[in-house]
Each structure stands twice: as structure tokens, then as C-alpha cells.
Ligand binder design. Structure first.
Ligand code: PMV
Length: 348
């Protein structure tokens, strides 16, 4: 067999990966914790073919071809898999996402996890879950968290082999949902790759790091104990701490932008403040934010519809802040990456 299809879910970090100790290996400065997202999947088929003279990469529905950077990243990752298998055969890759781009959910996490599993499985490489996770990490740091299922911790490690993600709890452990509210579709001004690089230049970087070990323990424990209030307070404080570092990192990528990296838009802050008001009114919901203006509202399933209604009301009330419509995308905890072979499935 030289062909396989793999499916991987993207993930949302509750304790963020921000800053690297090794740029080439994507070794992070700290452990991070995330949840796989049920509706945000990448489905990728890889077929190695002796007859090919180069890799052929297709994104389903994108008839005008893939971007040069997508092509480069995919080929580079296939090279890593080829090196492991000690072959030089090129591959045909066909991939698609079940979720739109520009809504604040990283397709690089699910994309690199699915590519890693499809390519290694197609070549019959017998990798353990930690080995697969470490390999996915080389393609995109947060992709390592999309290999195990459910609630996941990426152990920072200090070498390639020791930096991988493990499951903390399975997807059905806790019925929480992520209600992602994309307040803008515009591309962010500073990529997360640049953000990671500039983070350590913030005067608050070390201060944030000093708090992370304890926060990691509190978030992990809150997940294991399904303690929603502690969990919510910790993930909100963590998101603010991460953005405080970003906002105080010198933005050397542009001379016209302010000197820090601002991922928030007015509607982002508006939703963050509304979340506090909703809580005061008795609705248990908390936010987290990645490197972009999308607000991820986290609540228990029983409060999902109430939160969505509150967001819809808020969109109307704050229409003066932006002329863009908001997009709402709801996710439950999801399984890890898996292979689909001729109807049968192989789970990680
Ligand atoms: O995997 P990257 O390089 O796109 O970095 C992800 C950074 C955050 O989304 C902001 C945090 C995280 O842990 O996912």
C-alpha cells in the first residue's frame, strides 16, 4: 500500500504556545493545553507514485492551484517523511478543510497532522503516537496537539523526540463547547510565526513565563475535575497574559503599525467586555483569544444557545464598531487524527 487518507481536527489552545526555543524544530518555551475541535477537520489523501517527477499538491475546490508557500511547506514536510522511510518517491497530495479560512481557527494544525498521518501510514511507517505528534510539530508547532484526541497537553521537551503532545482526557470527558465568533475576515497584520519570534523581546515575556507552570497545573486540574469556573477564569487570564506579551512585543514587521502587535479589533474588546456582563447576569461563559480578532467563547453545552443568542444581540448593538458581519462557528471536543483505509478506520 502506498496510499492513505487521514483526517485530523484543528485545536483551540487554552494555555497558549507563544515563543520558541528552537525555530527549526518548533520547540516551544512552555507546555500548552488544547482541545480538538469537532467541526474543524482537514481530510488529506497522500499517494506515493514512482511515476511522478515532482510532488503534486491539490486543494479540493481550489482550481487555480495552491499558493507557493503552501506548496513549499507541504513538500518540505513530505521530505521529512521520505527521509524517515529512506525513499525518494514523490507523492500526490489532495487535501481539503471542512471549515472556512479567516475565522480564527488554524488550518495548519489540522493540515499538518493529517498530512503526517496520511504520508507515514501510506509508507507503512510504524510510528507511535508521540513519534507522530513530534513529526507533525516540525510542520507546524500546534499540529502536534491535533494527533491525540480530546483534551491534550503538548510537553515542551528539549529535543525533537521529547517534544510531543499527549491526551489529558478523552473527548467525551467534558461537554464544553467553543463558540468561535469571527468579527473580521481580514488577514491579520502579523503572522503567528513572526509573533513567536518577537515575543521574547517583550519586557513581560519572562513575567508571563514565571506564571505558566502554576497556571498549567490549575488548567489541567480544572479539566480533569470538570471545574468550569476555575477553568474559565484561568483561560481568560491566560489569554490576556498572552496578548499583553504580544502588545508589548516590538513590531518590527511594519514601520507604519503601532509598536506592539495588536490582534484585537474594537469588536473583539466589545465581546470580551460583554462576556463579563453576561456572567454577571448569570450566564457561565468565558473567552479565550488566539493570534487574531476572533473571540472564542467557551461554555457548557447546556448554555450554548443562550450564548449564541447573546452574541447575535451583541452583533446588532455594536454594528457601529465595524461594517463586517460576524461568523459564528461552534465546536465540541473531538477525537484525535485517524486513518481511513478502504472503509475501515485506524484510530490514534
Ligand atoms: O502553531 P502556530 O505557529 O500557528 O502558533 C499558534 C499560536 C497560538 O494559536 C496563538 C497559540 C496556540 O497555542 O495555538
Amino acid at each position: 500500500m502506498n496510499k492513505a487518507t487521514a483526517i485530523a481536527h484543528s485545536n483551540l489552545a487554552f494555555l497558549k504556545y507563544w515563543g520558541k526555543v528552537d525555530r527549526d524544530l518548533n520547540l516551544p518555551v512552555n507546555n500548552s493545553i488544547s482541545m480538538n475541535l469537532s467541526e474543524a477537520k482537514t481530510i488529506t489523501t497522500v499517494e506515493f507514485d514512482e511515476g511522478l517527477t515532482s510532488d503534486e499538491i491539490f486543494v479540493v475546490g481550489q482550481d487555480d492551484g495552491v499558493t507557493p508557500s503552501f506548496m513549499r511547506r507541504t513538500t518540505k514536510h513530505l521530505d521529512r517523511v521520505r527521509a524517515l522511510a529512506k525513499i525518494e518517491t514523490f507523492a500526490k497530495v489532495s487535501t481539503h478543510n471542512t471549515f472556512p479560512t479567516g475565522i480564527g481557527i488554524a488550518s495548519s494544525a489540522s493540515g499538518m497532522a493529517a498530512l503526517t498521518l496520511a504520508a507515514t501510514f501510506a509508507l507503512g511507517l510504524d510510528l507511535s503516537e508521540p513519534q507522530l505528534s513530534a513529526l507533525a510539530r516540525l510542520g507546524s508547532g500546534s499540529a502536534c496537539r491535533s494527533i491525540p484526541g480530546g483534551f491534550v497537553e503538548w510537553l515542551a521537551g528539549s529535543t525533537h523526540a521529547t517534544s510531543y503532545a499527549v491526551q489529558i482526557a478523552p473527548p467525551d470527558h467534558w461537554d464544553i463547547v467553543d463558540i468561535a465568533v469571527a468579527v473580521s475576515q481580514k488577514e491579520k497584520a502579523v503572522s503567528s510565526t513572526d509573533g513567536h519570534e518577537l515575543a521574547e523581546k517583550s519586557p513581560f515575556f519572562q513575567a508571563r513565563l514565571a506564571t505558566l507552570a502554576d497556571r498549567l497545573n490549575r488548567i489541567r486540574a480544572a479539566i480533569l475535575e470538570c471545574d468550569f469556573e476555575t477553568f474559565g477564569q484561568e483561560i481568560e487570564a491566560e489569554a490576556i497574559s498572552f496578548h499583553a506579551v504580544a502588545m508589548t512585543s516590538p513590531n518590527i514587521t511594519s514601520s507604519t503599525l503601532p509598536s506592539g502587535i495588536y490582534y484585537w479589533l474594537p469588536s473583539t474588546l466589545d465581546l470580551m467586555l460583554s462576556t463579563h456582563e453576561w456572567r454577571q447576569d448569570g450566564l457561565p461563559v468565558y473567552f479565550t483569544l488566539d493570534a487574531g480578532p476572533t473571540v472564542h467563547l467557551v461554555c457548557r453545552t447546556q448554555h450554548r444557545d443562550q450564548v449564541i443568542n447573546a452574541v447575535l444581540e451583541q452583533e446588532k448593538a455594536s454594528s457601529h464598531l465595524s461594517d463586517e458581519n460576524w461568523t459564528i462557528f461552534v465546536n465540541r471536543p473531538a477525537r484525535g487524527a485517524y486513518v481511513s483505509v478502504k472503509g475501515a478506520t485506524y484510530s490514534q
